[in-house]
Design a protein around this ligand. Structure first.
Ligand code: ADP
Ligand code: MG
Length: 476
């Protein structure tokens, strides 16, 4: 059996490859060179110290297991660190040469930055205005970011920031909210707005993941200074989904440094996260405290009216005509996630054009079935209470409670009226649902509402709207 270092390492690689991600294998194992085998000690060469630390930190168990498999229980791994010939700082490169593109092929971080840009912007001293591709998606703009109660603060803070990046108290602007509620859209809308209004500003949108990967890559190549310098050139830095930095100590350290530099120099930071700063676990306190320096604004699930507006806006952009009834039906049933709402619309458009069908309630129902587990069926007293409470901006407890405040009394009576007309629950059961009121109270309430309906047109409108809203959820 040929037990030289090369064949042993080849066999190790085979095992390793089976056990890890292709990308990880490529990044961390392909560059390794086996150099010697002395008894049960295999020596491998790694490009630099960081590389060694990374392997030890992340792959030690796998390496141990693999090498023991090949060389027995006493097997050991020795590292040889290749001394980099390159100085830590790449020498400054004259702009002329840089613009020659091909000639200066020092690697840019993998941001997908287009080829016609300067290859290595961070080593050019004295040049401020660089063409760094912002990585923004031009379709995320304020114009198509529908405003509603759910996003008003964040949206207007975003607009203020776009007007005066770095010049408001909203620095950083920290946008948080659950998935699919518009964090990326809003953050990018700010970037796009700045780009339009201040073409001289350097804007960069980057996901936390990409940021982390670039950083690891630069550490690996001894280019961390370049990395930091590059980020210092940015006027408006947008980092998306910052929660992914959690438990990444090294990345957080470097980000902290970049954050401070930018902030001190009056540059704008926009961060998004799926939770507020205080709930970020595995993120250093000093970073969290900085996140709180500016403004934290949340995006909440859109209310019915906002969902309607979003559906209408998207459909009209697509040039699709849809009846109000269908718009309402969709807006009722898709509640928590705007991305899902868009998914439904796209499917609807596809279905209708493929099958040459009009978009009607029937088609909408079929499509929505693929998105939500259950289309609301039966109207319940609870549901009516929720709808009425939402409409009057009250809490459901108020409806069940004893308050005699007129506005609450009317809402409560209306609930009982709707419950009697729209469910098949007995007066007793309905009364029970309102903090144990008896059936005569329910009768009295229904009568009071009927009387009011005859005299108060505004109230009548309200009741009709509510009835319609509730009925929509029964379409099934
Ligand atoms: P997040 O980043 O919070 O997960 P996104 O920004 O990706 O969410 O939004 C999901 C989808 O919903 C996107 O296609 C976005 O354009 C759309 N969207 C979100 N909020 C709005 C809004 N207020 N008006 C119109 N579209 C929106
Ligand atoms: Mg996002």
């Amino acid at each position: 059996m040929n037990n030289d270092h090369i064949s042993v390492w080849q066999k190790c690689l085979k095992t390793i490859k089976k056990n890890i991600h292709a990308q990880g294998f490529k990044t961390w194992f392909e560059p390794i060179k086996p150099v010697a085998l002395n008894g049960n000690v295999l020596t491998i060469q790694v490009p630099n110290k960081f590389f060694y630390e990374w392997l030890e930190e992340n792959y030690v168990a796998l390496l141990r297991m693999t090498i023991r498999q090949e060389l027995g229980d006493k097997a050991r791994l020795d590292y040889q660190i290749l001394v980099s010939k390159k100085a830590n700082h790449a020498p400054p490169v004259a702009p002329g040469i840089v613009n020659n593109g091909q000639k200066n092929k020092k690697k840019m971080f993998d941001t997908g930055i287009a080829a016609d840009q300067i290859k290595n912007p961070f080593v050019i001293p004295g040049i401020k205005r660089l063409r760094i591709d912002s990585q923004l998606n031009p379709s995320y703009v304020f114009d198509n970011f529908i405003e509603g109660d759910c996003n008003r603060l964040a949206r207007s803070a975003g607009m203020a920031v776009a007007k005066k990046p770095g010049g408001t108290a909203f620095n950083p602007l920290f946008i948080f909210g659950k998935v699919g509620l518009g964090k990326t859209h809003l953050a990018q809308a700010i970037g796009n707005d700045v780009k339009m209004k201040s073409p001289n500003k350097t804007i960069l949108y980057v996901s936390s993941e990409k940021f982390t990967n670039q950083l690891i890559e630069s550490l690996r190549n001894n280019e961390i200074n370049d990395f930091v310098n590059f980020y210092q050139l940015i006027d408006v830095l947008i980092i998306d989904d910052i929660q992914f930095l959690s438990n990444k100590q090294k990345t957080q350290d470097i980000f902290f440094h970049i954050f401070n530099q930018l902030h001190q120099n009056g540059k704008q930071l926009i961060l998004t996260s799926d939770r507020p700063p205080k709930d970020l676990e595995g993120v250093e306190e000093r970073l969290i405290s900085r996140f709180k320096w500016g403004l934290s604004a949340d995006l909440q699930a859109p209310d019915f009216e906002t969902r309607m507006a979003i559906v209408e806006s998207k459909m009209s952009r697509e040039g699709v005509v849809m009846s109000n009834e269908v718009t309402e039906f969709i807006s009722y049933n898709i509640k928590n996630n705007i991305r899902e709402l868009e998914g439904v619309l796209i499917s609807l458009i596809a279905q209708s054009s493929l099958n040459k069908r009009d978009i009607d309630i029937g088609l909408a129902k079929e499509v929505i079935k693929n998105f939500v587990a259950e289309i609301s069926k039966e109207v319940t007293v609870e549901f009516i209470q929720e709808m009425v409470a939402e409409h009057y901006e009250l809490k459901v407890e108020n409806l069940k409670g004893k308050t005699r405040k007129r506005s609450i009394v009317i809402a409560r009576q209306l609930c009982m009226y709707l419950a009697k007309n729209m469910t098949n629950k007995s007066l007793k059961v309905i009364g029970d649902n309102f903090g144990g009121r008896d059936h005569s109270t329910v009768i009295y309430s229904c009568k009071a509402v009927s009387d009011l309906l005859d005299t108060d047109m505004v109230f009548k409108d309200t009741v009709q709207i509510l009835e319609k809203k509730i009925k929509m959820s029964m379409h099934n």
